[in-house]
Ligand binder design. Structure first.
Ligand code: BTN
Length: 265
């Protein structure tokens, strides 16, 4: 397991107050704690929920992770200087992993827009980009006790930069209080789950999703394919036209040429 020598970002009692303030009306109903460093906030909540120690809604925010986990079995580089949070929510009646991901991506964008001058964009399905770099990723996991939405936000570039295994990772590099960001992200997710089917969420997602009009590559049934993105379906799939036929991608990942990222704010 990776250990960070540098002192992890202190998320102390004062920051709990900031998270609560940012949670607004949800503060009273939401279990909450902050930690300077954990192995993985998703893993912590999974174990604690299964052991009956916590119940939804519950938010854990940390300043660093030593074993951060990403999608598709990857690791998520989580040095001090970022925000790593997991929110345990009750399983929605119309549970759909795609919808949770869409809601969470919009929640991250809205929180960053509220707390910084930045205008983040979304790469389907759940990567948040600023200036052509991935600044945030989302990993939603369903367990018997609810759904754990794990979100990492790179706030500051670590000294020496991100390691090569972090790929396209970048940071907000803006003055942003991680405690407030955590609270606002959780606020927007909790509000969204309280208003299921709100069309404003999909509209907000489509407005920020930058792949529309781009040629993307993806792997389907072991075959490399290429197509033109024409939009996002009502249930959050990526609409891609291949050889004149439009298909809906529901999961997985698409890649784009680096020139497609050049024009991003
Ligand atoms: C991805 O981009 O592949 C998803 C990354 C999700 C990372 C977050 S950080 C907080 C939570 N805890 C984890 O171990 N992973 C998620």
């Amino acid at each position: 397991m990776k250990r960070y020598d540098k002192e992890a970002m202190p998320l102390d009692r004062l920051s709990v107050l900031s998270v609560k303030a940012a949670l607004g009306p949800w503060a009273e109903k939401t279990g909450l704690r902050t930690e300077a460093q954990v192995d993985s906030t998703n893993l912590r909540l999974k174990e604690e929920a299964r052991a009956g120690l916590i119940r939804p809604p519950y938010l854990l925010a940390a300043g660093a992770q030593t074993a951060g986990r990403g999608r598709l079995g990857r690791s998520f580089v989580s040095p001090p200087g970022g925000l790593y949070m997991s929110l345990l929510i009750p399983t929605p009646e119309d549970f759909d992993p795609g919808k949770i991901t869409i809601l969470s991506a919009v929640a991250v964008c809205r929180a960053v827009e509220e707390e910084t001058p930045l205008r983040p964009r979304i790469k389907w399905v759940n990567d948040i980009f600023v200036g052509g770099r991935k600044v945030s990723g989302i990993l939603a996991e369903k367990i018997d006790q609810g759904v754990i939405v794990g979100i990492g936000v790179n706030i500051h570039t670590p000294p020496g930069g991100f390691p090569p295994e972090a790929g396209l990772a970048g940071a907000l590099d803006a003055e942003a209080d991680p405690a407030r960001l955590a609270g606002r992200i959780a606020f927007h997710i909790l509000e969204g789950t309280a208003h299921p089917g709100d069309p404003a969420i999909l509209d907000a997602y489509r407005q920020r999703m930058f792949l529309t009009g781009q040629t993307v590559r993806f792997t389907q049934n072991g075959r490399e394919r290429e197509g033109l993105v024409v939009g996002v379906s009502d249930d959050g799939g990526l609409l891609v036209t291949v050889n004149g036929l439009t298909e809906t991608l529901r999961c997985g990942e698409v890649t784009i040429g680096s020139q497609s990222l050049d024009g991003l704010e």
